[in-house]
Design a protein around this ligand. Structure first.
Ligand code: PMV
Length: 384
């Protein structure tokens, strides 16, 4: 059993080294999306998970973000409430100045989310209030594909901010850089903590995973069996619309949920089991655990109050077809779901031909406009 290191996040507070001056410039990072195998559902305090989770990092689904910055001539203006209903947002936008463009289009509708993020990270990277920012971002996956861009988007932005901190403090170690990037990303979106570095990333304290912590994601520390190398993930786009219940609302419904404690315990046990499976290469056990995790996540949604269902009829059609195909062929293909109707079809690289043929013959008909994305496990974010 590994000893858990107690961190409280204060060790990540930026300490100015006044010898470095950073006037203006830009940094660009490309950060991947990820798909959880053991799911995070339920949080406490400021974006801390109620249970540990683990995900495969993806490769083709990513966000590329450029952060342009220019030092302000005047310091941030902080004034007293003026009674307007939108005062908080106005104040945030005075302290932190940014303009956000998605695919070249200004997106003021993201300001609220951005403001929340800036406020949460402000104490850790206090230098950000000295700059005006232009954020230019682009997702590799289609705009309204129903694939959440928050994990890759927050990770890419967090890495750009860390590049600024590194420019101000060049002696920073790589470990510190990536840990703090994951911590900042987590404050934007929990699962973004797992979109920084490594093929398999654990986020949340677990007694058998060395260095694991609730604060940031860490690379899975053990040797991974050949069977799980370059694992394939084909994402079937069943429903590309806006989610009926956001993940923020869903996480909150785990407070007072009748099965919450048992679920958090189960996720811990499942991570222990999956850690063994990833090392010993037991594909059948992988299939069983990963599908059970996906259905448990959705069972939590169906048993919260208010209850809700994010799966669509075609989600179930796909699951049914996968089960039949597995029975007929002995394949190790399986599915997982995130908080939506889309299905991630997971399979070993050596079954690529067999499963791709099955997907095009039998599953594509259940996708909106026959659209799907072929992806596989990737290494993590990259500076451009
Ligand atoms: O990062 P959030 O707050 O959008 O939550 C993501 C939750 C799931 O995608 C459903 C599970 C996970 O661990 O990624």
């Amino acid at each position: 059993m590994h000893k858990i290191t107690i961190l409280n996040g204060n060790e990540f507070i930026y300490k100015p080294d006044n010898s470095k001056i950073l006037e203006d410039g830009s940094f660009t990072w490309k950060a991947p999306s990820n798909i959880a195998l053991v799911k995070y559902w339920g949080k406490r305090d400021v974006q801390l998970p109620q249970n540990p989770s683990i995900s495969f990092t993806l490769s083709s689904c990513f966000t590329e973000t450029t952060l342009e910055f220019k030092k302000r001539e005047e310091p941030a203006e902080v004034s007293k409430p003026d009674g307007s209903t939108d005062f908080e947002q106005t104040l945030i936008q005075k302290v932190f100045k940014w303009d956000l463009f998605l695919d070249g289009e200004r997106k003021p509708e993201f300001n609220k989310k951005m403001g929340g993020f800036m406020t949460r990270i402000g104490k850790l990277v206090s230098f950000i209030s000295d700059y005006d920012f232009i954020i230019k971002t682009h997702n590799s996956f289609p705009h309204s594909s129903g694939i959440a861009s928050s994990a890759s988007g927050m990770a890419a932005l967090a890495l750009c901010i860390m590049s600024m901190e590194k420019a101000l403090n060049p002696l920073m170690s790589d470990d510190f850089f990536y840990q703090k990037a994951s911590l900042l990303a987590r404050l934007g979106s929990g699962s973004a903590a797992r979109s920084i570095k490594g093929e398999l990333v654990v986020w949340g304290e677990h007694s058998e995973i060395k260095e694991s912590t609730d604060l940031y994601g860490v690379e899975f520390p053990h040797n991974v069996h050949e069977n799980f190398k370059n694992y394939q993930d084909t994402i079937l786009l069943v429903d590309k619309g806006e989610k009926v219940v956001s993940s923020t609302v869903g996480h909150n419904l785990m407070h007072g949920h009748p099965f919450a404690e048992k679920r958090f315990e189960q996720a811990n046990d499942n991570l222990s089991k999956l850690s063994e499976i990833l090392q010993n290469g037991d594909l059948k056990a992988f299939v069983n655990l990963v599908e059970s995790e996906a259905l448990t996540l959705h069972a939590m949604m169906m048993t919260s109050n208010p209850y809700f269902i994010l799966m669509k009829p075609n989600t179930l059609q796909i699951i049914d077809s996968i089960w039949k195909f597995r029975e007929q062929t002995g394949s190790n293909v399986c599915f997982t779901l995130d908080a939506g109707a889309n299905v991630h079809v997971l399979f070993p690289e050596k079954e690529k031909e067999l499963v791709n043929d099955f997907i095009t013959r039998e599953l594509v008909q259940f996708c909106q406009k026959n659209e799907y994305i072929c992806d596989s496990v990737g290494l993590g974010a990259k500076q451009m």
